[in-house]
Design a protein around this ligand. Structure first.
Ligand SMILES: *Cc1c(COP(=O)(O)O)cnc(C)c1O
Length: 383
């Protein structure tokens, strides 16, 4: 009944039916850890215990599945908790993950340092390079191909449909971390992905006030083991976290429009500045992935990375902004600046995922673009 609705409408209404008892337009936050049974085993709508199920979490999962066009969504305490449940649910010792070479540092750390000792193997390749993908798949078929597009922090673009076709031919499950684009700009399941991963901490929550993560599955059967781990290992999102995320998602579509227009303006401004060595933003015609991004995304988002030529200039620039706050994370309404080499990506220093030390990553917020450009201008003048 609701599946034909447009994205912006689903973001507001999916999972948000007014409360049956009171008509409250905003469904209540359910804090109860346990549920009355009508006779032993007589559960009302399947609710038994808060780790196993919670109506506020169900509402968020319904909303997420609708927005990504998935059959099933699961919500977790963080993005990495979601990734952990997915990987442990789908993999066995000896299985292998083929990982993009420019993914969130914590994803690499989870695979290399947590799951590695349990026998999960890891191979890293540039998944935005079709020849490298062909060679890697020909060498050995991995159980999972895990890609981030746009990637973090260099905004590499991978053609999701082409990658999914190749990976499926090899028998691999395709996982797309869609945190940077959000479903407002890109829906990987429609392009062939089997699983979408989110750090809802970022654009979905959107206000830098709640940590969370999610998995969305194209096919409910693939969700069974991760769902069992959500219950059996218990990294669930709490009711208030789930509710805050749901509230954030209602404005996702309009926020992403502004993040994208501000991101485009910031990227254009930086590209024209003589102190800037290179700008990484898929909305620029000069970006090698521009055409693919234009075909598979409906906007280019708010993350812009910029190379300043040397580490000292990058550090000074990152410490000279006033409106852009120096902080980790991204995707909130406020603009942030981050020095990946020593902040978000410190854990991948010295690995094949290491970020050039002259790169600064900007999370461009929804403030007025004139104020953002003026701040960047004065920070560049300080170099
Ligand atoms: C932040 C982030 C994660 C990890 O999510 P947490 O909520 O911090 O656990 C995973 N992937 C990407 C792309 C991220 O930006």
């Amino acid at each position: 009944m609701t599946s034909s609705r447009k994205f912006d409408t689903a973001a507001v209404h999916a999972g948000q039916t007014p409360d049956e008892t009171t008509g409250a337009v905003i469904p209540p936050v359910h804090f109860s850890t346990t549920y009355a049974q009508d006779g032993i085993g007589g559960l009302r709508n399947g609710y038994e215990y808060g780790r196993a199920g919670n109506p506020t979490r169900t509402a968020l999962e319904t909303q997420l599945a609708a927005l990504e066009g998935g059959a099933r969504a699961l919500s977790f305490a963080s993005g990495l908790a979601a990734e952990d449940a997915l990987l442990r649910g789908l993999l066995r010792p000896g299985d292998e993950v083929l990982l993009g070479n420019d993914v969130y540092g914590g994803t690499h750390r989870l695979l290399a340092r947590v799951l590695g000792p349990w026998g999960v193997k890891l191979r890293v390749v540039d998944l935005s390079d079709p020849a490298a993908v062909d060679a890697a798949l020909a060498e050995r078929a991995p159980q999972i191909v895990w890609v981030e597009t746009p990637s973090n922090p260099l905004l590499r673009i991978t053609d999701i449909r082409a990658l999914a076709d190749k990976a499926h031919a090899a028998g691999s499950v395709v996982v797309v971390d869609n945190t940077f684009a959000s479903p407002a700009l890109q829906q990987p399941i429609a392009l062939g992905a089997d699983v979408v991963v989110h750090s809802t901490t970022k654009y979905l929550g959107g206000h830098s006030d709640v940590v969370g993560g999610a998995l969305v599955f194209a096919d409910a059967a693939l969700a069974e083991q991760p769902q069992f781990l959500q219950f059996a290992a218990g990294a669930v999102s709490g009711p208030l976290d789930a509710w805050l995320t749901t509230r954030g998602i209602k404005t996702l579509a309009i926020r992403m429009e502004r993040h994208s227009s501000n991101g485009q303006a910031v990227a254009g401004f930086l590209e024209g500045h003589d102190r800037v060595a290179r700008v990484y933003y898929p909305g620029l015609a000069s970006h090698p992935g521009h055409d693919i991004a234009a075909a598979q995304m409906t906007g280019f988002g708010g993350i812009v990375s910029v190379a300043l030529g040397d580490a000292a200039s990058a550090r000074r620039f990152a410490e000279s902004t006033h409106l852009f706050t120096l902080a980790e994370s991204l995707g909130g309404v406020e603009s942030l600046v981050n020095y990946p080499d020593e902040m978000t990506h410190a854990s991948v220093r010295g690995t094949e995922l290491a970020v050039p030390d002259d790169v600064v990553r900007l999370s461009v917020g929804i403030e007025h673009v004139d104020d953002l450009l003026a701040d960047l201008d004065q920070a560049l003048a300080a170099l």
